[in-house]
Write a protein that binds this ligand. Structure first.
Ligand SMILES: C[S@@+](CC[C@H](N)C(=O)[O-])C[C@H]1O[C@@H](n2cnc3c(N)ncnc32)[C@H](O)[C@@H]1O
Length: 180
C-alpha cells in the first residue's frame, strides 16, 4: 500500500495557478489527496473534472472526498495516460520530481535523475491536449530546470514560468505549457 501524498508547499503553490489558469475540461494527473481536482471545481471557467493516480488509495480517497463535498468528478486509476482516452483543455501535474532515493516513494520518485517521469508525461500529454489547451506543470531545482526546458523544446512545446517558490533546499517552479 502506498500512502496518499499529504498536501504541502508544492501542492499549495500549484493550487494558486489552478485557481488562476484552469479552464474547460480539466485533468488532474497524480491527484494524490485530490487537492488540485477539488480546487479546480471552484474555478468558474472549469466545465468538467477528471482526476487520476497510479495509486489506488489516492483514487478511492479522491472519489470519497468529491462525493462528500458534492463535486461531480471522474476518478480513474492510471499509469500516466495508459487508461485515459480523452483530450483536455487543462492538464495539471504536480509530479514526483526528485531523483531516486532509497526507499523509493511513489509520490516523490521522478526517476534516476528526477526528470524521467516528467519526460514520459510530456511525450504522452501532446495527444491529450485540445487546441489551445494548457499544461500546468510543477518541478524543482532538484529536477534540473535546464533539462526540463530542453525536454519541452525537443517536444515542440512553448512554455512560460508563471510562479516560483524558494524553500530551504530547493526552488519550486510552475510552468504554463502549450503546443506550438
Ligand atoms: C507530489 S504528489 C502530488 C499530489 C497532489 N496532486 C498534490 O498536488 O498534492 C505526486 C502524485 O503522483 C502520483 N503518481 C506517481 N507516479 C504516477 C504515474 N506514473 N501515473 C500517475 N500518477 C502517478 C503519486 O501517487 C502522487 O499522488
Amino acid at each position: 500500500m502506498n500512502s496518499i501524498y499529504e498536501p504541502r508547499e508544492d501542492s499549495f503553490l500549484m493550487e494558486k495557478s489552478v485557481i488562476k489558469y484552469a479552464f474547460g475540461k480539466v485533468l488532474d494527473m497524480g491527484t494524490g489527496s485530490g487537492i488540485q481536482a477539488i480546487t479546480s471545481a471552484k474555478n468558474k471557467k472549469v466545465t468538467s473534472i477528471f482526476a487520476s493516480d497510479i495509486n489506488k488509495e489516492a483514487v478511492t480517497n479522491t472519489l470519497e472526498v468529491a462525493i462528500s463535498e458534492g463535486i461531480p468528478l471522474t476518478v480513474i486509476q492510471s499509469d500516466l495516460f495508459k487508461n485515459i482516452k480523452e483530450k483536455f483543455d487543462t492538464i495539471i501535474f504536480n509530479p514526483p520530481y526528485l531523483p531516486t532515493q532509497e526507499p523509493k516513494e511513489l509520490a516523490l520518485d521522478g526517476g534516476e535523475k528526477g526528470h524521467e517521469l516528467i519526460e514520459k508525461f510530456l511525450k504522452q500529454a501532446k495527444t491529450h491536449l485540445n487546441k489551445n489547451g494548457i499544461i500546468l506543470l510543477l518541478f524543482s531545482s532538484l529536477t534540473n530546470k535546464q533539462k526540463i526546458d530542453e525536454i519541452l523544446n525537443t517536444n515542440n512545446y512553448q512554455f512560460k514560468e508563471i510562479d516560483k517558490l524558494k524553500l530551504d533546499f530547493e526552488e519550486l517552479y510552475i510552468y504554463k505549457i502549450n503546443k506550438k
